[in-house]
Design a protein around this ligand. Structure first.
Ligand SMILES: [Zn+2]
Length: 76
């Protein structure tokens, strides 16, 4: 995974988005195909630093994350 990339996370309590690059990938089972036929990464992503809004270290499923380069890769 590329370094110096901030991922966008959503605090489930505050409902607000924040950026962080301090996270770890857990339980990485690779790419799977979901019920709708889209490819998703079957892994969990755990914050290594507390959420700026509620102070907890959230754990997300990879499919919940907003990957910033999904859009930037399409370019202009
Ligand atoms: Zn939070």
């Amino acid at each position: 995974m590329a370094k110096n990339v901030n991922f966008l996370f959503v605090c489930p309590d505050a409902g607000k988005v924040f950026e962080s690059r301090a996270f770890s990938i857990l339980e990485n089972r690779g790419v799977v195909v979901d019920e709708g036929g889209s490819k998703i990464l079957d892994a969990k992503v755990a914050l290594d630093e507390p959420c700026p809004f509620c102070g907890r270290k959230h754990v997300y499923h990879a499919s919940e994350l907003l990957c910033p380069y999904r859009e930037s890769m399409t370019g202009k």
